[in-house]
Design a binder for this molecule. Structure first.
Ligand code: S3P
Length: 428
């Protein structure tokens, strides 16, 4: 696919939040209640979760833009569970199997098989599970319904996936769980448990789930800020843009990108604020703005952990230097995202430097005309390249199929936003 230069205009909606979608399915499947999850993320990562839950005897099915989910008589999966490209599926099914005492083998695609599973495995062992990884990664085996030995955990890293795996282990085993040193990671699991009447209190650093009893009901997933991010940044950096994105989740543990862009001088309006099942939602409007470089510390990076690649595109045009700290975990995502940022920005003539903890980007007048970006099979790099292309393309990516992990339909929706002022007849 080649991404063209050009402003983005009009009013759009983005797919349902991927992170909340996984949680809604995993938590709902722990009970016998029949739950409708509206606006489930349409991506392939959710197919991995639907497959994983079905393989242990829960019922989870897509129904148009929604899904129906209900627990069942859970059983050990007959074949290895294929988590495809989805790290969240792998970590959350580990917590589920640990809690439900199911013996399971997990596998994934090549990228997922190189991602770290030992941190979550180590914490689940403390819960009483036996987990055997392949050198710290997939394929792995999890077994044992041992009595819970530990219900109080000190998190080894600020990972929402580890935190959520432990909470699911508590939910599926009916065991209260307390967590410390959560490090400000996203709190969607806690909010959904609360909205489904669990006895839970939490802040950025601690969670106390005092009772694992929940009463799930139908829920509606907000638009994914991580998907909106590509449109927002493209609108802010590309002259002539003005775009509104409806019904986007703006949970403070996820909204680091908005804070960073506002600090850089972006003209973004956050309007029509409301709440859907304990999750704050708003309409976001963005327009072309002059940006300045800023320093982003690690506490902000945690709140924008999946937006650092697209944020680097804003930094590439900002006046002065932008420093982003706390990036070490980015090397273990769907690809090494620090390497991806450097490769993408350098192809547009932008100077970058990095060490183990931080990256420095010197803004200027990027020019990616004729450049080609290697996505490394990473959906977020592919979509960030679209924003760089809008600003200074045309720019080609080697693989657009990976986008389907979180945002099927991205490419035509992007082209439509770039041609919002033209009629369909003109486009033909
Ligand atoms: C996620 C948490 C983050 C994020 C990932 C989704 C989640 O990972 O990068 O894309 O849904 O819990 P960590 O929890 O490992 O930081």
């Amino acid at each position: 696919v080649i991404f063209q230069r050009g402003a983005l205009r009009g009013e759009i909606a983005v797919p349902g939040d991927k992170s909340i979608s996984h949680r809604a399915l995993f938590i709902a499947a722990s009970t016998q209640a029949k739950v409708r999850v509206q606006n489930l993320n349409p991506g392939r990562d959710l197919d991995a979760t639907i497959g994983a839950l079905s393989s242990i005897g829960a019922s989870a099915k897509r129904d148009g833009p929604d899904a129906e989910v209900q627990g069942g008589r859970l059983h050990a999966p007959e074949a290895p569970v294929n988590c495809l490209n989805s790290g969240t599926t792998a970590r959350l099914i580990m917590g589920t199997c640990a809690g439900a005492g199911l013996h399971a083998r997990l596998q994934g695609d090549e990228s997922l098989s190189s991602r770290p599973m030992e941190p979550v495995a180590a914490q689940l062992r403390a819960f009483g599970s036996r987990v055997t990884t392949s050198g710290g990664a997939l394929p792995l085996e999890i077994a044992g319904q041992l009595p819970a030995q530990t219900r109080h955990f000190i998190l080894l890293s600020a990972s929402a996936q580890i935190k959520s795996a432990l909470l699911l282990a508590g939910v599926y085993s009916g065991t209260p769980v307390t967590l410390e040193r959560c490090g400000g990671s996203r709190d969607h699991t806690e909010r959904l448990l609360k909205s489904w009447n669990a006895d839970i209190v939490f802040d950025a650093d601690r969670v106390a789930m005092r009772s694992a009893h929940i009463e799930p009901r139908d829920t509606r997933i907000p638009g994914d800020l991580s998907a909106a991010a590509f449109f927002l940044v493209a609108a802010v950096v590309t002259p002539g843009s003005r775009l509104t994105i409806r019904d986007v989740g703006i949970n403070p543990s996820r909204s680091g990108l908005l804070d960073a862009l506002l600090q850089m001088g972006a003209r973004i309006e956050i309007g029509n604020r409301r709440e859907w099942d304990c999750e704050p939602v708003a309409d976001l409007s963005a327009e072309f703005s002059a940006l300045r470089g800023i320093t982003i510390d690690s506490s902000l990076t945690v709140r924008a952990i999946d937006e650092i690649v697209i944020l680097s595109v804003a930094a590439a045009v900002a006046q002065g230097q932008t420093r982003i700290a706390g990036i070490s975990d980015l090397r273990g995502k769907e690809s090494d995202r620090v390497a991806a940022i450097e490769q993408m920005l350098r192809s547009a003539g932008v100077a970058t430097e990095s060490d183990t903890n931080a990256i420095w980007i010197t803004g200027g007048i990027p020019n990616a005309a004729g450049a080609s970006v290697q996505t490394g099979g990473d959906h977020r790099t592919a979509m960030a390249a679209a924003a760089l292309g809008a600003l200074c393309g045309p720019l080609e990516i080697d693989d657009a199929a990976c986008i389907d992990v979180s945002f099927p339909g991205f490419v035509p929706q992007w082209a439509a936003a770039q041609n919002a002022d033209r009629t369909i007849a003109e486009l033909r």
